[in-house]
Ligand binder design. Sequence first.
Ligand code: FES
Length: 512
Amino acid sequence: MAQVLISPVPKILSHFRFILTLRSEEGKYHSLILFRLSPSPSLVYQESDNGVGRKVESDALGSASNRQIYVMEATCPHLGAEMSHADIEEYEDSVVAVCPWHRYDFDLKTGKSETGLRTCTYAVQIKTDQGTGDEQVWMEAPDGGRNWRVVELRPVSEEFADPPPLLKRASADSGDGHVAPQEELEPIVPEKNPPKTLMEWAVLILNTPNPTLKVERTRYAVNAFRTGAITSIGHKAAHPPVPPAKPSREAYMKIVQPGKIQSGKRKNRAVMLHALANIEQWAIDLAWDIMARFGPMHKDLPPAFFSDFTKMALDESKHFSLLRARLSAFSTPYGSLPVHASLWDSATLTSRSLLSRLAIIHLVHEARGLDVNPKTIEKFRKAGDKDSVDVMEVIHADEVTHVTAGHRWFVWMCEKQRQWDGSDMDPIQVFRDEVRRCWRGDIKGPFNIEDREKAGLSKEFYEDLKGEMPFDNDEDEVRSTGKNTTSSLRTDGAVNVKSVQQEPTTRVEYES
Ligand code: FES
């Protein structure tokens, strides 16, 4: 039986649940959830210098079975809820994960549910490395691919990823340097016409100008979606809500053309952090917009698509909050400096094609972030700003997963199109065509080849690639190649575009 190495044992002792993503040699992805149930209370590990952890007491470690480690599919086979938030119930002879949406239970060993449904579970084994003596967690390899390897092992974070639903805020002042702390914010859940579907929440959040409220509503909606309080995605409705052409911003935000903000060298860390926070605020909107705009265009998008992009919205809101908290250390409230909207210009250019949107936003802009972040982290480190280093490291780790999601759904769309009309939809060639059509100028390096590869972007995607969009393009919108918009192109949510200046949104530097 083929097996996959998940990690050394100490690495999974920090949390009880992990999102586990595998990638096969053929480029297929497989999302799983790893549950570790309570170990023996005397099992103690300490953090070591390399952050991996070392065993302090081993006498009570017990056998591998004592550790009760289980791996199962990340989504429920009923209607696709994320199992990362499943309840675990232990019985005398079995342990079950109970889906948060409709409470179907799945045996963690067999995958069987009393409802008759079944999910896939994978045998887990603890093995000792003969060379080092270290213990490692291995799992049975899934079918459908060769040489699976782990590209992501991410704790289901108690601190940020699954905050409890916010029904009330403590006070109007977030205390993290917000520019208008005295303002009265609307309730998180509107009293009049509260949203019922995920699509309605998406449009409400896009129309929410206040950054604090946008973050709070994102947390609330994602938590409600994950735990089953929102029971309908709503993208198949006859009249889904229409997203705005451009998300709202507070009147105090000074939005200027990218060229009006001093580009290239940034003067200080506060300016840098402010620019990054601005990008994160647009990124929250981009995650909601891709769901609200393209969900109704492509009614066959499965729940996993919405799971991936709600996670992205939550991550981006976490990034924004972390950066805004750092800004407070520099007495620079968010909104006190001018910002640009060039990221939304790319969203506008790609508002009629999901393939274009995934290519340009997630596989060009976000992938560029993977190239630039390590240098930014290094500069903060050189300046002795450990707190900003910590924040940027969290952001970088999340962004690898965002590019992974962009790649996954880009490949999914290519495959759907191939099934639909038999056209040759090689993802690499389709991506290169999209970039030539929707991007202006070179796709610039130097590239973070390793992290791009983790996300599925091999060099063939991006090397020697140049966008051919004319600089003074005054087309009303970027025209589709025709290959990628055959499934019920919607016109009501699309927007017109005039000449748009494209700027890499993450190329921001500062002088320490
Ligand atoms: S029981 Fe899991 S989605 Fe319905």
